[in-house]
Design a protein around this ligand. Structure first.
Ligand SMILES: [Fe+2]
Length: 507
């Protein structure tokens, strides 16, 4: 009979060991499961807590920085737009980066804007007592909920170093505009100066909402969408013809054609230190509108209109003079020339002096060839040692040799401007490499920020260019400048990363 023999002592021990091992394995699995569950629960809690911390509001325009009418190193203005049925009563707070406590800002101003395809609320608040040149954080509170948060660097003063972007002719909504916005964001800049034609075709409120803010103030950064630049970086802008004028029809300021034109005066908030122009005066932006539309626009634009078209500001060791170059402005008139001269005199305290405007004084090619009205300011650029005059309007990149100009004939103007011809003295010894000390201002056209680039085939041949043009490239690109004390490195950078031009200026 087959009976079961009593288990051997070793077998008993083995069984016990196996049993214990299984038990331990189950216990480990249980513990591991519990850990996983705990981690999962933590993740959910963190996610919910993050959601609770920042609840995005439905901004029409996400908060963006502006210098404000009275700029200072310790202050910036933050502006945003919400739908007309949105809530008022948001609070703004800020704190130095790395600090725990938030400080309340002054009351948020909120204004309904009717100068738009649809009424919206434009809110603004000034952040004061900021640490100059240092990073700070700011947030918008709706009750106890944070609906927006960002960080930025307060404007620099008395700094020997800064880096900035210059470009124009940008608000087209094109893939190139988005790629360039992303590139500037990745490259890193302290501030940007735009040389006009900010949105196409007619500088309208609706066009800003579609082709400007969504790209330069995009929530995420990518070459396909743009970048969150405006919320963290100060942009300054000269007005172009597509912003304020556009020919004899005064299209941008013709509210009978486009009821939401001249949005430059609504969305930008820049220093009010230009010539004290009044509506209807010579040199002020003209408007054609019915009485009610005009009154509505003027009440919403406030003191910005028409004075803000010209202004100046300092950033670090740079002084910037921003000019309205549209042909309704006569820069040879006493009022305008006197202001410009006084401003450039004051600029002597800064090591570097720049001028930004839209229509260039000097450029090669058939595009806008007859619009030379800004040659009127060339003698003042030379007299007060302006280093570079930046312009746009022509949709490519051009750099002149250091250039002195003496006008000898002013031809009759037409509605787009007029020709001023004269004699040029060029410093062709300057190459920005072996000789880095120009003896006159350099004139740069950087009008390839997103609107279709204008390639003029004959300009590929240097001999076919005007004698003063040293470099030309019809490529979507922006001008990047890095200043380190008395050394300025200027590069023209394409959206795809190519370096189209490079010069160094030393002083
Ligand atoms: Fe233009």
């Amino acid at each position: 009979m087959r009976g079961s023999a009593p288990p051997h002592q070793g077998e008993v021990r083995n069984k016990l060991v196996t049993k214990n091992f299984r038990f331990l394995r189950y216990r480990a699995a249980l513990a591991s499961g519990l850990v996983t569950l705990t981690l999962f629960a933590c993740l959910i809690l963190c996610f919910r807590s993050a959601l609770a911390e920042i609840t995005p509001a439905s901004f029409l325009v996400s908060p963006y920085l502006q210098a404000g009418s009275e700029p200072g190193a310790d202050r910036v203005k933050v502006i945003w737009a919400t739908p007309a049925d949105g809530r008022e009563g948001y609070r703004m707070q800020w704190r130095p980066a790395g600090k725990a406590d938030w400080s309340d800002c002054s009351k948020v101003n909120c204004m309904p804007v009717r100068h738009s395809p649809e009424v919206f609320l434009l809110s603004s608040v000034t952040l004061e007592n900021l640490p100059a040149g240092k990073t700070f954080e700011y947030r918008i509170q709706d009750g106890n909920r944070t609906i927006f948060q960002s960080s930025a660097v307060a404007p620099l003063v008395n700094s020997d170093n800064c880096k900035f972007a210059v470009f124009g002719d940008c608000g087209w909504g094109s893939p190139a505009q988005k790629q360039l916005a992303y590139k500037m964001y990745k490259d890193g800049i302290d501030f940007a100066v735009l040389t006009g034609d900010l949105v196409y075709q007619h500088g309208r409120t609706g066009e800003y909402l579609e082709k400007f803010f969504p790209i330069y103030n995009c929530d995420s950064a990518s070459p396909e969408t743009g970048a969150p630049l405006l919320r963290s970086t100060m942009f300054y802008a000269a007005p172009g013809n597509h912003d304020l004028y556009n020919g004899s029809f005064g299209v941008s300021g013709n509210f009978k054609l486009f009821a939401d034109g001249l949005a430059y005066y609504l969305f930008w908030d820049q220093p009010l230190n230009g010539p004290a122009l009044l509506f209807g005066e010579p040199n002020a932006t003209p408007i054609a509108a019915h009485e009610i539309a005009l009154a509505e626009f003027r009440s919403e634009a406030g003191t910005h209109f028409p004075r803000m078209a010209n202004f100046s500001f300092d950033y670090g060791n740079t002084h910037w003079t921003v000019l309205d170059a549209n042909p309704y402005v006569d820069w040879s008139s006493q009022k305008m020339a006197t202001w410009l001269e006084e401003d450039l005199k004051k600029a002597a305290k800064c090591k570097w002096r720049f001028v930004a405007m839209h229509q260039p004084a000097f450029h090669s090619g058939n595009s806008h060839a007859h619009e030379q009205q800004m040659r009127a300011v060339a003698p003042l650029m030379e007299k007060y040692g302006v280093d570079i005059v930046f312009a746009g309007h022509v949709h490519n990149y051009q750099r002149s040799y250091p250039l002195k100009f003496k006008a000898n004939q002013w031809q009759a103007p037409n509605f787009l401007g007029h020709k001023i011809v004269g004699e040029f003295t060029l410093d062709k010894t300057f190459d920005g490499k072996t000789n880095t000390k120009p003896n006159a201002p350099i004139y740069i056209v950087t009008g390839c920020g997103g609107a279709p680039a204008t390639a003029e085939r004959e300009l590929d041949i240097p001999e076919k260019r005007e004698s003063f043009t040293a470099t030309y490239a019809a490529v979507y690109s922006y001008t990047r400048c890095e200043i380190n004390k008395g050394v300025l490195l200027l590069r023209q950078l394409a959206a795809d990363g190519r370096e189209l031009d490079r010069i160094q200026i030393t002083k």
